[in-house]
Design a protein around this ligand. Structure first.
Ligand SMILES: Cc1cc2nc3c(=O)[nH]c(=O)nc-3n(C[C@H](O)[C@H](O)[C@H](O)COP(=O)(O)O)c2cc1C
Length: 185
């Protein structure tokens, strides 16, 4: 059966290293055959404001439907000031809210979803953001595959050229993560 995987990229930057990492993971995952990968667009998601939860904004209904349809979610994120980028945190805050505003028994779009994490950043290879993200994902009741996931450090050349280069070891780490993730779906 075809598995549906949703990519969430925590950077809105066009030449984002995390988007480049996601492209590599798409190649790796597609080798395993029966898979349909989509990227969640969320630049139209408003800032979380409890006054705006009813009526449910159209962009929120759309992201909830895309998340609900996914068998698994792969998050690719940079680290901003040792923490989760605001746009990604805002998205996850919306996804953590009850489907029926005010009814905490109605469930959320993301609870129970299988999620895995990767990130590209500076020298510390997104260590802090991945730890924070794991904590948040546990709290909102997702099933996190591969723990804090894997991080990669962009080097000086990458920062000058906006091109991320992954070495053999990076690729084998990603292949292992992809394999474990797919096995869990
Ligand atoms: C507001 C801001 C804060 C940042 N803080 C960190 C940081 O704490 N650690 C780090 O490794 N890189 C940090 N960076 C650099 C990012 O890792 C780098 O810009 C990276 O390319 C962003 O990911 P992207 O290429 O996917 O957009 C920061 C960048 C921005 C814009």
């Amino acid at each position: 059966m075809t598995k549906k995987v949703l990519f969430i990229i925590g950077s809105l930057r066009k030449k984002s290293f995390n988007r480049q990492l996601a492209a590599k993971c798409r190649e790796i995952l597609e080798k395993s055959g029966n898979i349909e990968i989509t990227e969640l667009g969320f630049s139209d998601v408003p800032f979380m404001n409890q006054d705006s939860e009813t009526p449910v904004p159209a962009s929120i209904s759309r992201i909830r439907a895309e998340v609900a349809a996914a068998d698994g979610i792969w998050i690719f994120t940079p680290e901003y000031n040792y923490a989760i980028p605001g746009v990604l945190k805002n998205l996850l805050d919306w996804l953590s809210r009850p489907l029926v505003p005010g009814d905490f028994t109605s469930g959320t779009a993301i609870a129970g979803k299988k999620v895995t994490i990767s990130g590209v950043g500076g020298k510390n290879a997104t260590k802090n953001v991945r730890a924070d993200l794991k904590k948040l994902l546990d709290f909102i009741k997702t099933e996190v595959i591969c723990g804090e996931g894997n991080g990669f450090a962009a080097d000086g050349t990458a920062f000058q050229t906006d091109v991320l280069t992954l070495n053999e070891n990076d690729l084998s780490v990603l292949e292992k993560q992809a394999e474990e993730f797919m096995k869990a779906l």
